[in-house]
Design a protein around this ligand. Structure first.
Ligand code: FCB
Length: 437
């Protein structure tokens, strides 16, 4: 049971669940092209147990059951992502009709069940052929992405409630090109600097192209992390500030102010694409809403051994989830208030929030996690943040990227042998609040 009622959020507030194509769909048939996660996961050492998204939750075939779970939970929104290689197998050019048909059925299925479709265009499954051409390191990706966005608007735009361009540009750029944790697994500062700019340039280019097609209710989904210094030393405070710059301010300042933070630029300038300054008007194309994904905080310390990025994360003292992230609801309140005060008076959605827990159906710790974070959201709303919705990550246990299937985030348990879905206590807590008001 949650401690608040649905009324506390206001009648227009959307409650939804979130998923992503590669993490749940499987269905690598019917003409879907390969993506960077297919090959990254097939390369030993990248993903725990060498697990892949080949079958995942078999959502490609089981989507009616999954939509019913959303509906029965009392949710009126569903944040899902389109798989680019399912729609355009080579990334550009020929369209795969069975892919169009799949999303047609899925979106119509949502509407028939009173669920508003919140679409994400890119949640990390880049077509491999585009990676061959440099992926996010190649400026041309802005046009590849905009063409793909226009296809989606033309085929599905009439039925989508909202469109987000990119999910978590920090992960697309830094985690995947500097830290090497996610596909394509680069560890190269020049690759990272290029991806950090091109991901936002592609976002803005797609926003403009979508508007030209008459699309409305457009946004981006940023993952923000509360950054705190590991000690009160000036060096650790500087490390925390710099991490905040790379993680949060790069994307917030870029999208809302059309500038990159100077402290981060001081590090990256030699590696940035020439003439990037001229793109900043496109990067900051006006948006209708912003989505914030929030999970935890980072404790940062100065790292003298890394001159290119002198920051390291240190282990924090708070209670942790099964993926090792500290539970810190205050961070959500602080970040939402910060975004509202410093960046936008426009609509804000929490587009992801949730926790990994050991494999159990009576997940009372997860119920407490959600309750505490929903309270934090309400507190931010009282302080003026224009909160419009909340999406729990995730509907189902699913493929947790480099962690494979070992980490479970679902409101609904998935038995990967049988594909049986079993609602957990956290699902019932939402159901109780959403059905009873
Ligand atoms: C976010 C991702 C999402 C999921 C959660 C746990 O960074 O957007 O796909 O993996 O973390």
């Amino acid at each position: 049971m949650f401690s608040m009622s649905r009324e506390a959020f206001g009648p227009e507030f959307v409650f939804g669940t979130a998923t992503a194509s590669y993490q749940i769909e499987g269905g690598q048939t019917d003409g879907r092209g390969t993506c960077i996660w297919d090959t990254f996961s097939a390369t030993p050492g990248n993903v725990k147990g060498g697990e892949t998204g080949k079958i995942a939750c078999d959502h490609y075939n089981r989507w009616p059951e999954d939509l019913e779970l959303i509906q029965r939970g009392g949710f009126n929104g569903y944040r899902f992502s389109f798989a680019w290689p399912r729609l355009i197998p080579e990334g550009t050019g020929a369209i795969n009709q069975p892919g169009i048909d799949f999303y047609d059925r899925l979106i119509d299925g949502m509407l028939e069940r009173g669920i508003q479709p919140f679409a994400t265009l890119y949640h990390w499954d880049l077509p491999s052929t585009l990676q061959d051409r440099g992926g996010w390191m190649n400026r041309d990706i802005a046009n590849w992405f905009a063409d793909y966005a226009v296809l989606i608007q033309q085929k599905f735009g009439d039925r989508l409630k909202a469109i987000a361009t990119i999910n978590e540009p920090w992960c697309v750029a830094f985690l995947s090109h500097y830290l090497g944790v996610h596909a394509p697994g680069y560890r190269d500062i020049r690759a990272a600097a290029r991806a950090m700019h091109h991901v936002l340039f592609a976002h803005g280019t797609a926003i403009k192209a979508l508007r030209a097609e008459g699309a409305s209710n457009l946004g981006i989904v940023l993952n923000l992390q509360k950054c705190e210094p590991a000690s009160q030393s000036d060096e650790d405070k500087a490390a925390s500030h710099l991490f905040d710059g790379v993680f949060n301010r790069w994307y917030l300042d870029g999208v809302f102010r059309g500038i990159y933070p100077q402290d981060v630029l001081d590090l990256l300038k030699p590696h940035m694409p020439k003439g990037f300054e001229a793109d900043m008007g496109v990067v900051s194309a006006p948006l209708d809403w912003v989505g914030i994904n929030y999970y935890s905080r980072s404790l940062l310390a100065h790292d003298p051994e890394n001159p290119s990025f002198p920051v390291k994360s240190v282990d924090g003292p708070l209670e942790k989830t099964d993926i090792g992230w500290e539970i810190y609801p205050q961070g959500l309140e602080d970040l939402l208030v910060r975004v509202a005060r410093e960046y936008t008076s426009g609509p804000i959605y929490v587009t992801e929030n949730g926790m990994a827990e050991v494999d159990e159906v009576e997940d009372s710790r997860r119920v407490d996690y959600y309750d505490a974070h929903l309270k934090a959201l309400l507190k931010a709303k009282e302080q003026g943040a224009n909160m419009r919705g909340y999406f729990a990550w995730s509907l189902l246990d699913n493929y947790e990227w480099a962690e494979g299937y070992s980490k479970r985030f679902g409101l609904v348990r998935v038995d990967y042998e049988t594909q049986k879905r079993t609602p957990k206590a956290s699902y019932r807590a939402f159901q109780g609040m959403l059905h009873n008001g």
